[in-house]
Write a protein that binds this ligand. Structure first.
Ligand SMILES: Nc1ncnc2c1ncn2[C@@H]1O[C@H](COP(=O)(O)OP(=O)(O)OP(=O)(O)O)[C@@H](O)[C@H]1O
Ligand SMILES: [Mg+2]
Length: 391
């Protein structure tokens, strides 16, 4: 307790009204200052008492964490959190009286994926534990920066490696192919029945050579620099055309499509062919994540200086471990997957100077959000139109 309050309390009876008023004003000022400091913090703070009841939280906490605080009700801190995963974590930590540092949770907030780090520490007053402090930091930017760096590095080393390996494989393959043709020619005149068997064998080898060639070509395609040509285009028609292309296949798989395409989106700089390829890869993944049918929701919208394209499914979702690796080249959890689909998506989005993020919950589904920049010229036009309408 503050020294001056302690002193004042000791001789409280002797204080006159004016002194009591001053005392209260000083205390109120101090409380205001503490509240202002708490509310000015970028990080969220929640404080609970010994019975885990929420006694205090700041503005940043309201902004970061989905809260459901009932005015005047005594609620355990976890009951005020509207996210099951986080609430369960806080409950277990507080009841188990543990201290936890930087436990991360990722969740989808509208158009962006957010990663929050929670730290729980005991609240110590005069050497005695009187409750807990939950500290919440938004580490989304840090995490996505790290992930971007990791991907850029692995793409760069892959490109060098791949180009070398692919060439090394293509040359001997070419030679094998030519020699198989020579063998075919040499045995063309044979009439004996053993020649028939040899022909069959040769056909098998030829097919396999062809298959390997295709793999190498795909491989090269995946890693070579892309020849994108960006043009002024609207996003929605491209998305619509792609959805029309897959509509039948999705229908057959028991998947319904929900389209939430915002009108009045500005034009963007897009490469139609590549962008369709990217959306198709995401949609195909969504399809395989919903083997028993489900809902595919495609949403476009404007968010600040970017346009967002969100594709979400109600499929099996992914664990955090899987989610961290899905953009890595050749990462797949499928028996017959090549693990190239999302690597290409990532490259295509980068060619568009955009960004891609993913949010997913096991058993619930996944959502991929692509953010594409609105060109400067379009931005001027928008703000000009905006001010025009206001006048
Ligand atoms: N919508 C989704 N739901 C659940 N898991 C997904 C989803 N999209 C991607 N994944 C996971 O990410 C992995 C990588 O996807 P990616 O598209 O790169 O490769 P793939 O689909 O396995 O193979 P392919 O190269 O044939 O596309 C998948 O194997 C899967 O585990
Ligand atoms: Mg795929």
């Amino acid at each position: 307790m503050k020294k001056f309050v302690e002193r004042a309390l000791k001789k409280f009876e002797k204080l006159d009204t004016e002194q009591v008023r001053m005392l209260i004003r000083d205390l109120a000022d101090e409380q205001d200052l503490v509240a202002a400091v708490l509310d000015s913090l970028n990080d969220g703070l929640m404080v609970s008492d010994n019975e885990h009841l929420l006694v205090l939280y700041n503005k940043a906490c309201e902004r970061l964490v989905p809260l459901e605080v009932k005015e005047g009700a005594d609620q355990p801190i976890w009951e005020t959190i509207a996210d099951d995963q986080i609430a369960r974590f806080i409950e277990q930590t507080l009841i188990g009286q543990e201290s936890v540092a930087d436990r991360e949770f990722t969740f989808d907030r509208g158009t962006a994926t957010r990663t929050l780090a929670f730290t729980v520490t005991p609240l110590v007053r005069d050497g005695v534990i009187t409750g807990s402090i939950v500290h919440v930091a938004d580490v989304s930017e840090k995490r996505s920066r790290e992930a971007r760096l990791r991907r850029a590095e692995s793409l760069a080393s892959l490109t060098t490696l791949a180009a070398g390996v692919a060439h090394e494989i293509k040359n001997p393959l070419g030679s094998i192919g030519i020699h198989m043709q020579l063998i075919q020619k040499s045995i063309a005149a044979f009439t004996d029945e053993r020649a028939g068997t040899i022909r069959e064998y040769v056909d098998v080898v030829n097919e396999e050579v062809e298959r390997l060639n295709r793999i190498v070509v795909d491989f090269l395609f995946a890693v070579r620099p892309m020849d994108t040509t960006l043009e002024d285009m609207h996003l929605n028609p491209i998305v619509k055309e792609l959805l029309d292309f897959v509509r039948f296949e999705l229908q057959e798989a028991g998947i319904s499509i929900v389209e939430e395409l915002a009108d009045d989106l500005p034009q963007l700089r897009l490469d139609e062919k590549y962008l369709k390829q990217a959306v198709l890869n995401i949609v195909k993944n969504a399809m395989s994540a919903m083997p028993d049918g489900g809902v595919l929701t495609v949403t476009t919208g404007k968010s600040g200086e970017e346009v967002s394209l969100r594709i979400s499914d109600t499929g099996q979702g992914m664990s955090e471990e899987v989610m961290e690796k899905i953009f890595d080249p050749y990462y797949t959890t499928k028996d017959f997957g090549s693990g190239i689909g999302l690597t290409l998506v990532y490259k295509i989005v980068k060619e568009h100077m955009g960004d891609i993020s993913v949010a997913s919950q096991e058993g619930r589904g996944s959502a991929f959000t692509i953010m594409l920049p609105i060109p400067q010229r379009e931005q001027h036009l928008l703000s000009w139109q905006g001010s025009g309408n206001e006048v």
